[in-house]
Design a protein around this ligand. Structure first.
Ligand code: HEC
Length: 125
């Protein structure tokens, strides 16, 4: 019995250590994306960048499905990182030389933005 308990403790410890603390919840992100975030208007229901308003946008929103991201918000030489998506959503496109039509959502909590980041990653096909 003690050996069994030890095994459970080790399993839980490994799980806790290997799960990133800041990781968002993609399912919760979808609820915001489709709902109060109104992200579908521009980014489209599947994230393909083909929302109803996208025709009027230049540059157009990148396709989350193709994971073709444009903005390198932290200047580390790669775009589409968790940090880049987080900053784009929190502060908007204009701050990073992108399309000002991408609204900053500093009204969302960091946890909500992390959920959106997780959802965007999950849209990749
Ligand atoms: C009014 C239209 C509009 C809405 C609403 C909108 N976006 Fe955007 N978004 C854009 C445009 C246009 C870009 C492209 C910016 C660029 O590349 O210059 C963009 C870029 C982005 C990027 C950066 C992608 C990249 O290429 O690096 C992310 C992430 C993003 N949007 C997420 C969201 C999320 C999440 C929501 C909902 C909370 C949202 N957007 C709502 C228009 C919009």
């Amino acid at each position: 019995m003690t050996r069994f308990l030890k095994l459970i403790c080790i399993t839980i410890t490994i799980f806790v250590l290997t799960t990133p603390v800041s990781a968002g919840d993609a399912a919760a992100g979808k609820v915001i994306y489709d709902g109060k975030g109104a992200c579908t208007t521009c980014h489209g229901a599947t994230g393909a960048g083909d929302g109803v308003a996208s025709a009027a946008l230049n540059p157009k929103p990148a396709s989350f499905v193709a994971a073709q991201f444009r903005l390198d918000t932290d200047g580390d030489g790669s775009n589409g990182t968790d940090m880049d998506l987080f900053n784009s959503i929190k502060f908007g496109g204009a701050k990073y030389g992108g399309n000002a039509a991408m609204p900053g959502r500093a009204d969302f909590s960091d946890a909500e933005i992390n959920d959106l980041v997780a959802y965007i990653h999950s849209l990749k096909k």
